[in-house]
Design a protein around this ligand. Structure first.
Ligand SMILES: Cc1ncc(COP(=O)(O)O)c(C=O)c1O
Length: 384
């Protein structure tokens, strides 16, 4: 075998934001210039326009820009009245913000194990974890695929619980409910979206948005994002400073016009990976992601399950291929949640996923040549 550098035939990053920017540079610069000339950075027409565009895109009545996806969750939870001592049922297999937002309101995240094939919360396990203190349900639409929302919504309706969707990774994803397709974020009471740069719709920094069809929740989130004040210096409740600024809104408005095209490219790349991986005899060493019939994924990530994951990751890295592990530690076993009393083995499906998942490079500008290279290298690894 040659040296590490000589094994790199091609560089394949996890994402390539520079390629995206190169494609839309002029449009972005014109939009930014407009904001700079106006010198209106907080609230104002750019933000309002983008909020309306997002509401339309997600199929909801209202959209409220906030500072991040994390804050979208925090403000949504607070808007439905989650507070100290309450319990919120959610997934243990998600980015930390999902549980962190619950904890930061003094409430308790109650983790329900996931489905092995979709990595999303298993709705069949919710009832067993519901108590008199349960205040809300917080399903996560992971990697671009909606959680199975019908049973979640049925449970919520039955017990009068609000549903907050963590759609941070899944803007534009769809779920088929009673024969009709609905966009992620529009199924529950509130939907939370992140514009972290690596998301399918990424800002030039942090940003987030809450979508809702309920006027009173829109009103509450609007209050909460600006210190609970409707009129200057009069505060109805204690809120936060959490706003999407005009520069980010301008960037996002431009990018939103391209989002469907980018999602189509992601879907095509996912189909290519499916085909290339499906053509190999892996003996279950590699399992491609499964998209259920009720879902149209937007493939924010393309996540395989694989044997000897860490060794494969290192092998690919040495060959110029960047991959990522989302997530190596489940939320119920995070050190900061020790006092919740979970132990290893409590949520075995999520724990197993943490040992096996690997996100392959996926972004609109990825080429088929790169994908061929990735899958050839994976094949080489298992041949050894
Ligand atoms: C599932 C999930 N929830 C919440 C967040 C938080 O979003 P942000 O990074 O914009 O605060 C993220 C993203 O980073 C996420 O992936």
């Amino acid at each position: 075998m040659g040296t590490k550098t000589s094994t790199i035939a091609m560089k394949v990053p996890s994402v390539d934001l520079r390629a995206q920017y190169a494609d839309i540079r002029e449009e972005i610069q014109a939009a930014l210039q407009e904001v700079l000339e106006s010198q209106q950075f907080i609230f104002g027409p750019k933000v309002e326009q983008f909020e309306q565009e997002m509401a339309r895109y997600c199929g909801t009545q209202y959209g409220v820009g906030v500072a991040s996806g994390t804050d979208a969750l925090l403000l949504s939870l607070k808007a439905v009245g989650v507070g100290p001592g309450d319990e919120v049922i959610t997934s243990p297999f998600s980015f930390f913000a999902t549980a962190g937002a619950i904890h930061n309101l003094g409430a308790v995240p109650v983790f329900v194990d996931i489905q092995p094939d979709t990595f999303n919360l298993n709705p069949e396990l919710i009832e067993a974890k519901r108590t008199a203190r349960t205040k809300a349900l917080l399903p996560v639409h992971l990697f671009g695929q909606c959680a199975d929302m019908k049973p979640v919504l049925d449970i919520a309706r039955h017990h009068g619980l609000p549903v907050i969707e963590d759609a941070a990774q899944s803007i534009g994803a769809e779920y088929c409910l009673d024969g009709l397709w609905h966009k992620a974020g529009s199924l529950g009471d509130l939907g939370c979206i992140s514009f972290f740069p690596s998301k399918n719709l990424g800002a030039f920094g942090d940003g987030g948005l809450v979508v809702t069809g309920r006027q009173e929740l829109d009103d509450q989130v609007r209050l909460l994002r600006f210190h609970g004040g409707r009129t200057k210096y009069v505060h109805e409740r204690v809120g936060y400073n959490s706003r999407l600024d005009a520069l980010q809104a301008a960037v996002l408005s431009v990018k939103l016009k391209h989002l469907d095209r980018w999602v189509e490219a992601r879907r095509a790349h996912a189909a290519t990976y499916d085909r290339l991986l499906g053509a190999s005899a892996w003996d279950s060493a590699v399992v491609p992601p499964l998209i259920r019939d009720y879902a149209k994924s937007v493939f924010n990530q393309y996540v395989i399950r694989c044997h000897r994951r860490d060794a494969l990751k290192e092998f690919l890295e040495e060959r110029g291929i960047s991959t990522a592990v989302y997530y190596p530690v489940p939320l119920h076993l995070q050190p900061c949640f020790n006092d919740l009393g979970y132990k290893a083995g409590d949520l075995p499906v999520a724990e197993k996923a943490c040992r096996e998942v690997l996100a392959l490079p996926i972004y609109p500008e990825l080429t088929e040549e790169m994908q061929n290279y990735v899958v050839t290298q994976i094949r080489d690894f298992y041949r050894k």
